[in-house]
Design a protein around this ligand. Sequence first.
Ligand code: C2E
Ligand code: MG
Ligand code: MG
Length: 527
Amino acid sequence: MDNFFSVIIILGALLLVASLKTTFKVCKKTSQRAWSVLLCAIVCFILGYWWILYYFSNYDTAPIIRNAVATILFGGAGFVFLVVKLSLKSILKIEQATQYQKYQTEHDNLTTLPNRNNFFKSLSKQVDYPSSFALFYIDLNNFKQINDAFGHQCGDQLLAAFANKLSKELCGIAKLYRIGGDEFAFLLNTDTDESMAHCVNIINSAVKAPFCTHEQMVKIQLSIGVSRFPDDSRLPDQLLKKANLALHEAKKTFQPLVNYSPEIGKRAEDFFDLSVKIKAALHKGEFELYLQPIMNSKDIQLHGLEALIRWPQADGSFISPEKFISVAERTGLIFVLSKWVVQEAVNHIRKLKLFGFSGTIHVNLSTKDIESSEFYEFIISLLTTDPTLSDSLIFEITEGAMMTNIPAARKMMQQLSMRGFKFSVDDFGTGFSSLSLLRELPINQIKIDQSFIKDMLINPPDYAIVESTLFLASRLNCDVVAEGIETKEVEQALLSMNCDYLQGYLYSKPINIDEFINVYLSTEKVS
Ligand code: C2E
Ligand code: MG
Ligand code: MG
């Protein structure tokens, strides 16, 4: 046997052994039977190699035939080696891509924390075990404002820095997940008061120092809602929902942490029921707009009126606007409701004008209305049908509503006052920094809150507030309406202080339009 034959046969055999090893790896990664068949074929190929080697060693054959057979066999071995090697490479690449995709679907890009899907998987697994645990749901307070003030890039950096810090602090205790936006959650494998308190201390220490992002030092404050397994629920989605409800309660009541309780659940249920009822009531046209007169203090005659929404019930009672307006605000239904109120007020003005009414109608707006450009467009669209409308409408906005978003309030109020509309600060004195509002916003009128009027004759501080508000308003060229007047004595006191306009049960409770026309306007229509 010559050297060429020996070398090529040995190389071919080595290639086959290497292919065998690679095919074995592929077989372990895939469940396809074809690869096991290939594995057997390679083993047969190797046996065939040894048989050929044995044959040519023992039987004399022409070198040219021997070398040709060896070359063909080597080519076959090389082919098998290449196919198997490339297949393994492709399988590994696909495996890597799948793993990456899996990572992406289970992790959050910004913070690299495991995400909501991942959290829900862990939560679902955890409820299969009998041991109790607590679900912590965390939300950053005022994150929207931070984003607005410093920009989204800074907001992102802040989230990443916070996530990094808190997950490090919680290391060994719990795994932190990003649920979405500025919401995070984790499961604490015990719900004893001591371990919960320890955990809260850890969270507090993580946000004690301000975070430095984009050369800004930003202090973070958190709200936390907690639900417990199995006391609050045995179902993963219920536990998450209940922790979320507790979190909302924490935000609403300005508490750092709230544990879920059945009362919180009941309130949420009532809230949901009421929002469904409001939607249906809007659809069925159940709301009515009542009118309460505002009297001119000079002659105690009708000057204007305030439109107040009423929701009559089947049993003859009314649901208080204070109750359903806040629900409408939180569910976004307020836009439809406020548009209905304004449209109905416009209809009322038209009707009242036919009976000789020439005063103004006050309409209450909510915080959300003054933030909405759609609502602004709606008001402007009303002017196209009646350009004199702005002389008849005064918008009442509570001090609190103006304070919630001063830039938005300023923009909307300035734009509307350029179109001739006037603004009145409702419930003046009940919010914070009332005085700076008067400087910053185009305000024409102040309505002193009824809580000051009611007891002004028996409570000297209330009297002093009413007196100084009247003085301040006169210096700022604002009209003043005193609301909630119920007695002649209070009326007299306000007259002696030169209060411009008076409103209260002393004159009339809010009444429907027909009654209003009957009592205050001539029954003869003005032609
Ligand atoms: P508000 O705008 O300050 O309205 C005055 C509230 O005081 C009215 O209660 C009125 O019925 C009541 N009131 C008037 N005079 C007296 C009085 O002499 N004594 C007493 N005890 N109360 C008096 P109402 O109608 O229950 O409305 C409560 C609040 O609900 C309103 O306070 C206003 O903030 C809101 N609201 C009412 N209607 C609307 C509306 O159409 N849209 C919006 N966004 N809010 C509304
Ligand atoms: Mg009002
Ligand atoms: Mg008021």
